[in-house]
Write a protein that binds this ligand. Structure first.
Ligand SMILES: NC(=O)C1=CN([C@@H]2O[C@H](COP(=O)(O)OP(=O)(O)OC[C@H]3O[C@@H](n4cnc5c(N)ncnc54)[C@H](OP(=O)(O)O)[C@@H]3O)[C@@H](O)[C@H]2O)C=CC1
Ligand SMILES: CC(=O)C(=O)O
Ligand SMILES: [Mg+2]
Length: 767
């Protein structure tokens, strides 16, 4: 099998393997008991029915209507595959449903209907109004689609949008604005050729005119050729785009000297020769799906000065309505808009265009396995996986709906709305965001021991750009500068120090180390030698206040990295050991895990010390700790070294720290499930709310638990946060990602800020 055949088979397998298709219906309420079912269905369900019967608006309160969109097609213009019928359109409609869900948390029923005439179609869709919060029409051929949409918009009170028309117009409008900016073209001067005169082409062209393109500069073709006033087969809507020009007949002639080509027709209808005839710095949007009017690579090989976009996800510049419809409907549903009007569409165009000009979040680079997405010829519009889209576009659409008077619900707290949008797509890393904001209020100097690696430099660039920290780089100066140059990084006048070269401070640091370790076998000669090691040098900088925190460990093992910090900085007053903690960002909020990095098999007293250290540190993140000390038993239900150790640690903690909310020995599910805990152990000090801090009885259980949660549970692990040192030093996990490093730097900055402001630990009582 060649590659193409392979891909076709893969696509068929993707759809047929396991449960056929791509979607399913998932209950959102508990259905575990008889009681649940009496509420979900008869008799309980009668109550919301009666409320809605009394007040029809209550349908939004008691049912899924407000978040439910119908994706409806009759299969007459499915992608560029033509009139293949409603059944054959179902994979596309299920796909649209999937995209609505993953990008904007909108639930979709896809409806493929046998309705060819506008009358049939309109009658069916109108009758569905009670069920849905919005109607997304899809892949209905022109000109029928125009009449269907016009009538439904006029006759329904929920938003109706034909995605191929307006979704495509919005995203390609945004792309056109940016492409013209990059190519130095003015919208009111560009000469444009549009191939296709169907649903998408007509609507996109109307959008371009409203953005400034001149009608006399736009020519349009359908399958029969150029649209001209003498044609009798066009109808009113297409006739609007008939040209008076007499000098052209064919597509090739029209392309000569054109600045922009827009294809919304069929695959492979444009030739390299046609591109060669276009003006300097041409813009080509070949948007037919699945095959563009001209293949991406061919276009690129033909013209080096081109901006080339297609509707496909496997090339740069995917101009596809997926960037629009999820967020447009999200905004419209959230203000219960009665329509999607011009104001809302223009707001979406501008929001999408603006996102592309801002620095690209690392998560997006990572999602697309690239390091340097930057506004330019290969990045004219945001990528579909960019989570800024939901925030920026839905907010812009919702605001425009309110301002233009079509909203039935008004949003006033836009910060809270942005928060709600983030939660919807599962990026509710609120704690992390708060920490970032806290870090920005008083950025600290962070010294990086491994600055000669791309990931550290990229993270340093991010924290510098976002004003989270001032980086100090340790390593070979030439090498660091070369990596920055190769990767287009610009850290301005960043301080770069090579400890191997020796500095004015080296002798001071060596003397200090010698004084501290001379009775532990370190000679002055050795101390001087150790100072060429970047971990020793970095820890000394922190000790002497020449940096506020040290970050290391990306390329070395934990012990090698932590040793210099322990020798030079040492542990906090009254703290006998260090411990490591992870902040796990889960769907249910942050949970702190410890000790996950340092103490292999702590004794009872060590477990007590670790708990006190972690409890104290959780407070520093403005979280009130509720600590579960974990075991495989619950409150004495099992014997064995681990239950006994954890039980004894809890006894000591209860006695010595009566204010600390801590309990155990307990299994993880009891610590995290308040109902389970109160039903079975109502005496526990943790009853009421779940634990947010979990102490593990040994290193293996802690390490295994956090990695499982990360890999299977989809939690983000922030850490390991090293606790117990006098000054902040943080040791990265071997091979951490840029995002993980940035998170760690943020924690280090907050940590450095906190070191100057003592946080009250849980009070101990004297025995
Ligand atoms: N990237 C994106 O986001 C989107 C891409 N599209 C793509 O755009 C294309 C059109 O979709 P849509 O408007 O919904 O469909 P329609 O059926 O409404 O329109 C298709 C149009 O293309 C014309 N056409 C077909 N073949 C040719 C050809 N060889 N030369 C010139 N014109 C031709 C048809 O002409 P005639 O009227 O004479 O039949 C018709 O005007 C599809 O490939 C679709 O996948 C659509 C929406 C979004
Ligand atoms: C993307 C889309 O909607 C289409 O090609 O029809
Ligand atoms: Mg479509």
């Amino acid at each position: 099998m060649n590659n193409k055949t392979n891909r076709k088979q893969d696509a068929l397998d993707y759809h047929s393997k396991g449960r056929p298709g791509k979607i399913q219906v998932v209950p959102t309420k508990p259905t575990n008991s008889q009681r649940d079912l009496t509420m979900a269905y008869s008799p309980g369900v009668a109550e919301p029915c009666l409320r809605i019967a009394d007040n029809v608006e209550d349908v939004y309160k008691y049912t899924a209507k407000g978040n439910l969109v119908a994706v409806i097609s009759n299969g007459t213009a499915v992608l560029g595959l033509g009139n293949i019928g409603p059944e054959a359109s179902k994979p596309v409609m299920e796909g649209k449903g999937l995209l609505f869900k993953i990008y904007a948390d909108i639930d979709v029923f896809d409806l493929e209907i046998n309705a060819k005439t506008p009358d049939e179609f309109v009658a069916i869709v109108k009758a569905l109004e009670p069920t849905f919060g919005g109607i997304n029409l899809e892949d209905i051929s022109a000109p029928t689609c125009f009449e269907i949409e016009r009538r439904l918009k006029a006759e329904m009170k929920i938003p109706v949008m034909h995605d191929d028309q307006h979704g495509t117009a919005i995203i390609s409008g945004a792309a056109l604005l940016n492409a013209c900016e990059i190519q130095g073209k003015k919208l009111d001067k560009i000469k444009m050729v549009v191939n296709g005169a169907g649903a998408a082409a007509v609507s996109c062209s109307k959008m371009y005119l409203s953005l400034g393109v001149k009608k006399e500069n736009l020519v349009m073709f359908d399958i029969n050729g150029l649209l001209t006033p003498d044609r009798t087969d066009l109808g009113d809507i297409r006739m609007e785009f008939a040209t008076e020009r007499k000098d052209i007949k064919t597509l090739a002639e029209a392309m000569k000297g054109a600045d922009v080509f827009v294809g919304l027709s069929a695959g492979n209808v444009v030739t390299p020769d046609m591109l060669k005839g276009m003006a300097k710095n041409p813009i080509v949007f070949a948007m037919a799906n699945p095959d563009p009017e001209i293949a991406y690579d061919i276009a690129h090989n033909t013209r080096k000065d081109i901006i080339m976009a297609t509707g496909r996800s496997d090339f740069p510049n995917q101009v596809n309505n997926v960037l629009g419809f999820p967020y447009i409907f999200r905004g419209a549903l959230d203000v219960r808009a009665t329509a999607i009007n011009e104001e809302m569409k223009i707001a979406a165009v501008k929001a999408i265009a603006e996102i592309a000009k801002k620095p690209v979040p690392e998560a997006v680079n990572l999602a697309y396995s690239t390091t340097n997405l930057k506004f330019g010829r290969d990045y004219i519009i945001p990528k579909p996986m960019d989570q800024r889209l939901i925030i920026e576009v839905s907010t812009a659409v919702a605001k425009a709906a309110i301002d233009s008077g079509v909203a039935r619900k008004v949003i006033t707290d836009w910060d809270a709305y942005a928060e709600e949008l983030r939660t919807r797509i599962g990026s509710d890393d609120k704690l992390l965001r708060n920490l970032t904001n806290q870090a920005k209020q008083n950025p600290k100097r962070i010294v990086f021991a491994e600055a000669d690696t791309y990931k550290i430099l990229r993270a340093a660039q991010i924290v510098k750009d976002e004003c989270i920290a001032t980086p100090i780089l340790l390593g070979n100066v030439d090498r660091i500068k070369q990596i920055m140059k190769d990767n287009d990084l610009d850290l301005g006048d960043v301080q770069i120090i090579d400890p191997r070269e020796g500095t004015e401070e080296t002798e001071k640091y060596a003397q200090y180390l010698y004084n501290k370790r001379q009775r532990r076998g370190v000679t002055l000669f050795e101390a001087r030698k150790l100072m060429i090691d970047r971990n020793y040098y970095g820890a000394s900088m922190v000790q002497f206040g020449e940096a506020d925190a040290l970050i290391s460990g990306l390329t070395k093992n934990y012990v090698t990295t932590i040793k210099p910090a322990l020798q030079i900085i040492g542990t906090e007053e009254g703290v006998s050991r260090v411990a490591g903690m992870y902040m796990m960002i889960t769907q249910k909020g942050p949970v702190f895990f410890g000790d996950t990095t340092v103490n292999v098999n702590p004794t009872v007293q060590e477990l007590v010390d670790i708990t006190v250290l972690i409890e104290h540190s959780v407070r520093q993140f403005n979280v009130t700790p509720r600590v579960g000390i974990l075991s495989y038993s619950n409150f004495g239900s099992n014997d064995g070294p681990i239950p006994e150790k954890t039980r004894e640690a809890v006894r000591i903690l209860h006695e010595k720290y009566p204010d600390m909310v801590v309990d155990g020995d307990m299994q993880a599910n009891f610590a995290l499930n308040p109902e389970l805990l109160s039903d079975n152990f109502p005496f526990s000090t943790l009853v009421g709310r779940p634990a947010n801090t979990l102490i593990f009885p040994n290193l293996e259980s802690g390490n295994i638990a956090y990695k499982l949660l990360q890999e299977i549970g989809g939690a983000e692990a922030v850490g390991p946060i090293l606790l117990g040192l006098k000054k902040p030093v943080h040791v990265l996990q071997l091979g951490s990602s840029v995002r993980e490093i940035v998170n760690m730097i943020t924690i280090a900055v907050v940590n450095a800020q906190e070191k100057s402001v003592a946080v009250e630990p849980a009070k101990s009582v004297k025995r």
